[in-house]
Write a protein that binds this ligand. Structure first.
Ligand SMILES: [Zn+2]
Length: 332
């Protein structure tokens, strides 16, 4: 690498060559070793000042030092910013630091132990970051808050912490027409019939009784990142391992097809005919927003009754129920 730089000893602009040297330094009693970069004047052989390599050397030394002190490193802070697609200023706000704190840490200032610990706690765990974000809801403007929450939910979707995410990802992967609306309803019906065919609830998350039918808010939020764009299934699936048993996959395949053949709007209307959603919305007008939880007992009672009324014995029998709901929606 060559660069034309001002050489102080020649008092001229000179062509300079980049040299890398292994450096060992002791700072605050800690000895570090790193590669230092400098430009050497090709005429007089003196070291020439260059802002870029000067910054690089400070960063590298700091990063090395932090490896030893256990404080978060500049490169790790940058990783957080990239991963959560958040500005330095907003990250400072969300974590409750002073507004310019993150950019100071990035420039070279060593973080305090407390700030370092907070940054480390969110680095690989979107669920922890979500806690900070929800607390900062009133500090951020609405649009920024929604965007950041969507990004966090998307990262959660990529992590392996929750079964409902695995099921959602599986459903989207196997049905490219899935939308945020249709997915919510398919999850609802899948969980409803799972007690009968799997002997347990497929997942433990509870739906809320929104205007548009039952909704699992964490899944809704995760996909809302794609609200204005098509759901990028490839991006969601990247690095995602789906942890479902063969029995569960068979159940999902065999039952979801009876619902995924309908549009999101039809499924919404079909879900409007089900007791658990209706019960949760008792006393609310048609257009009244609500976060009311759909009761698990209501789910059990209703789907037990459906299984009896429609004489459902095999997974194929579920189609009798699905078709009947669909016909009722057409009649309405
Ligand atoms: Zn020179």
């Amino acid at each position: 690498m060559k660069k034309n730089l001002y050489c102080l000893s020649c008092d001229e602009i000179r062509e300079c060559n980049l040299k890398e040297n292994k450096i060992t330094k002791t700072i605050d009693g800690i000895t570090i070793t790193y590669l230092e970069k400098k430009y050497i004047c090709s005429v007089c052989g003196e070291v020439v000042y260059d802002a870029e390599t000067f910054d690089y050397n400070i960063h590298t030394a700091n990063d090395e030092l932090r490896k030893h002190t256990g404080l978060i490193r500049t490169s790790e802070i940058q990783e957080i910013i990239d991963k959560y697609s958040i500005s330095q200023k907003n990250l400072s706000k969300v974590l409750g630091f002073g507004e310019i704190q993150i950019s100071r840490y990035l420039k070279s200032g060593n973080p305090s132990r407390a700030h370092s610990d907070i940054l480390k706690s969110i680095k690989d765990n979107p669920f922890v970051f979500e806690g900070y974000l929800l607390n900062a809801k009133d500090i951020l403007d609405e649009k920024t808050f929604r965007k950041q929450l969507g990004k966090v939910r998307q990262l959660e979707l990529l992590s392996n912490h929750s079964k409902i995410y695995d099921i959602s990802v599986y459903l989207m992967e196997h049905n490219p027409d899935t939308t945020n609306m249709s997915l919510q309803k398919i999850l609802y019906f899948l969980n409803g019939f799972s007690k009968k065919f799997l002997k347990y609830n497929l997942f433990n998350d509870l739906a809320q009784a929104w205007i548009y039918g039952p909704v699992y808010p964490e899944i809704y939020d995760a996909l809302s990142y794609y609200f204005y764009n098509k759901i990028d299934v490839d991006e969601i699936l990247k690095d995602k391992e789906i942890d479902l048993s063969e029995e569960e996959i068979n159940y999902i395949n065999n039952v979801s097809k009876f619902f995924s053949c309908y549009s999101g709007k039809k499924l919404r209307d079909m879900s409007h005919l089900t007791d658990p959603w209706l019960n949760a919305r008792k006393g609310l007008s048609e257009k009244e927003p609500s976060n009311r939880i759909i009761d698990n007992k209501d789910m059990d009672n209703y789907f037990s009754k459906v299984i009896k009324d429609y004489n459902i014995e095999t997974v194929d029998d579920v189609n009798k129920y699905a078709q009947d709901l669909f016909n009722k929606v057409l009649d309405n």
